[in-house]
Design a protein around this ligand. Structure first.
Ligand SMILES: NC(=O)c1ccc[n+]([C@@H]2O[C@H](COP(=O)([O-])OP(=O)(O)OC[C@H]3O[C@@H](n4cnc5c(N)ncnc54)[C@H](OP(=O)(O)O)[C@@H]3O)[C@@H](O)[C@H]2O)c1
Length: 238
């Protein structure tokens, strides 16, 4: 394993499962220093990290949040309120999470079309800059899909956020991981990257991601979201 590139930000990953370990590998290959945590003591993920993300440093979630410059959320969405919010103040936080009822249980708050799940995460992390990214592509495709910038048919990752500078930083990370970043709008618009949308599961080049995002409002899901948003405002827990 080569040494990290000192000029690159340190990336923290909360979640050492399927997505967290794939993203670790991709970013380690790109020269980033990667810190990774699961929910408990780092010794519990030592073997996983050795085998699936060699070179990443296993720490507690609090240590990762404190030490990393950029933090990727790769834990079950239903646990987002266990994220150490105070330690993420001022940081770029990349939300790769999705609502998956089989894992998260039936949660009306996470499945409300009036609010994207990244808006909920941003509400919970008010002092962080949240960008949705890396959520719509399955982990096998993430693992097998990276290619160099400019490669023909390079696969793309849709990203969404409210802060232009944060989007630029997140785009650089997506590019370094081996994918073309495609801006699809604000956190509110990131519903187009969530489950039930055409883009969810997409493993497409940039033009395909751009086109699917552009037609979201005319899809059945897009109309359902628009109708729900035209009604009563959503409850957004703080
Ligand atoms: N699977 C995919 O293809 C895919 C693709 C894109 C996005 N996603 C999204 O990415 C997230 C992770 O999915 P996954 O498939 O990688 O799940 P997974 O394999 O079940 O891994 C989840 C990881 O999150 C950790 N975790 C739980 N609570 C935590 C906390 N409070 N702090 C830090 N880590 C915590 C778990 O650790 P413990 O074992 O200690 O609980 C585990 O290491 C989900 O939101 C999912 O929707 C999944």
């Amino acid at each position: 394993m080569s040494e990290p590139t000192p000029s690159l930000p340190t990336v923290g990953i909360l979640g050492a499962g399927k997505v967290g370990t794939v993203l670790s590998r991709l970013l380690l290959s790109a020269g980033y220093r990667v810190l990774i945590a699961a929910s408990g003591d780092p010794s519990r993920i030592a073997l996983i990290v050795d085998v699936l993300a060699p070179g990443a440093v296993a720490l507690t979630a609090a240590e990762v949040a404190r030490e990393a410059d950029v933090v990727i959320l790769a834990l079950p969405l239903g646990k987002y309120r266990s994220i150490p919010a105070d330690l993420l103040e001022g940081k770029l936080v990349i939300d790769a999470m999705n609502y998956w009822w089989e894992i998260d249980g039936i949660r009306a708050d996470l499945d409300d079309p009036r609010t994207s799940t990244s808006e909920l995460v941003q509400d919970f992390l008010p002092a962080s800059r949240v960008v949705k990214a890396f959520n719509h592509m399955g982990y096998h495709d993430l693992d097998e899909g990276p290619s160099a910038a400019g490669a023909a048919d390079r696969k793309a990752i849709g990203i969404a956020g409210d802060d232009d500078a944060a989007l630029t930083e997140a785009a650089a990370l997506v590019d370094a991981a081996g994918f073309d970043p495609v801006r699809v709008g604000t956190l509110r618009d990131s519903v187009s990257l969530q489950p039930h949308s055409e883009l969810f599961g997409a493993n497409l080049p940039a033009a395909g991601v751009r086109d699917a995002a552009a037609r979201f409002s005319s899809t059945e899901r897009g109309r359902e979201v628009a109708a729900a948003r035209a009604g009563a405002p959503a409850l957004r827990p703080r």
